[in-house]
Design a protein around this ligand. Structure first.
Ligand SMILES: NC(=O)C1=CN([C@@H]2O[C@H](COP(=O)(O)OP(=O)(O)OC[C@H]3O[C@@H](n4cnc5c(N)ncnc54)[C@H](OP(=O)(O)O)[C@@H]3O)[C@@H](O)[C@H]2O)C=CC1
Ligand SMILES: O=C(CO)COP(=O)(O)O
Length: 316
């Protein structure tokens, strides 16, 4: 496989491009508004403080960027379908690696299915797992899961000295782990922000993991995938760190302050998508349902706790 481009120059796309280019591999980073990134050798807006290696080229020319064989899709989940529809001619026959974490609210589909629908002749892949963009950009050791039908060539092409990729063929499990952990992270942030304590957070993480497994299992995911980096691993990171935007958003909600509206908080729309899909499929997702109600400010945190604790007692 030859030629790697990252489409979408947010914090994560920029960090991946830096990491892959650090080994001397040529990487093109496409931004819809590159500004002076290429001249300054830094994405000062989305990932300040992390200079570009020499082999990274930043550009606003999507046709040029999309001439690579491997395209990493690093736009937010709710933009993915429109992005691929607009650029489907350029994506024909490419390996498309979705790096976004979420479920499309309009269709209820994850990134692999969105790719299959919009670009049926492309090869879909998913890259997901516990990894803050700033950690990757700083060259700190990070391990992720890469899922594709035939993941080995891609695993070799994208692994770096500090980015260890494990391979999987379970695209559904990998994409759903990354999508669903954000919903649980919002719940955990709310609990911590409202002063419910660390025991409550541990309970939410555990019961949230049960919801993740239930939902993903119903869509055909393997249980071991949920237990891996893209599921349990990312859940552990995102539910315990204020560096997570989903967790920080929940913290603000729990404290009763106004969350920062300008950041990418994937769990907000994904909670709605999951709650809708689970209701239709008859899957019990009480934590996702509560997150939707709390995000919409339809209930208070106290009411959410009362509702969760009033549920019938059951076997674990
Ligand atoms: N940040 C992180 O640590 C990690 C993020 N991710 C995932 O990566 C995905 C992207 O997040 P992240 O990079 O952090 O997001 P950011 O909030 O840092 O940036 C979002 C980027 O997407 C661009 N964008 C939005 N809509 C479009 C569009 N229609 N066409 C082209 N570009 C578009 C924005 O462009 P512009 O700058 O012009 O507004 C911006 O550069 C999310 O799904 C997230 O869950 C995964 C792991 C870690
Ligand atoms: O997915 C992430 C870490 O693996 C980043 O989480 P946030 O999107 O909540 O910042």
């Amino acid at each position: 496989m030859s030629g790697i481009s990252v489409l979408g120059a947010g914090a994560f796309g920029t960090a991946l491009a830096i990491s892959i280019a650090r080994d001397g591999r040529k990487v093109t980073l496409w931004a819809r508004d590159p500004g002076d990134m290429q001249e300054r050798r830094e994405n000062t807006r989305r990932l300040p403080g992390h200079g570009f290696p020499d082999s990274l080229v930043a550009t606003g020319d999507i046709a040029g960027a999309a001439s690579a064989d491997i395209l990493l899709l690093a736009v937010p989940m709710q933009q993915l379908a429109a992005f691929l529809t607009e650029h489907r001619a350029l994506c024909r026959g490419k390996t498309l690696v979705a790096c976004c974490k979420g479920i499309d609210l309009a269709t209820g589909l994850g990134p692999a299915e969105i790719i299959a629908r919009t670009c049926p002749d492309a090869t879909p892949a998913i890259l997901s797992g516990p990894s803050f963009a700033v950690d990757i950009a700083a060259g700190l050791p990070t391990a992720l899961t890469l899922a594709a039908k035939d993941p080995e060539p891609l695993q070799r092409a994208l692994s770096t000295a500090n980015l260890r990729l494990y391979r999987s063929t379970d695209l559904t499990g990998v994409e759903l782990g990354g999508a669903l952990k954000n919903v649980v992270a919002i719940a955990c942030g709310i609990a911590m922000g409202a002063g419910l304590g660390e025991s409550a957070r541990a309970a939410l993480m555990t019961r949230g993991y049960a919801e993740m497994s239930r939902f993903a299992g119903a869509r055909g995911a393997h249980p071991e995938t949920l237990a891996g980096l893209s599921g349990f691993g990312d859940l552990a990171l995102t539910c315990t760190s204020e560096k997570s935007r989903n967790y920080a958003y929940g913290l603000a909600l729990g404290r009763g302050t106004t969350p920062d509206d300008g950041t990418t908080v994937e769990g907000r729309a994904t909670a709605k998508a999951v709650s809708n899909a689970a209701t239709s499929a008859g899957i019990d997702m009480p934590i996702a349902d509560m997150v939707v109600a709390l995000v919409d400010q339809a209930i208070t945190v106290r009411e959410a706790v009362e509702l969760l604790f009033a549920r019938p007692l059951k076997e674990e």
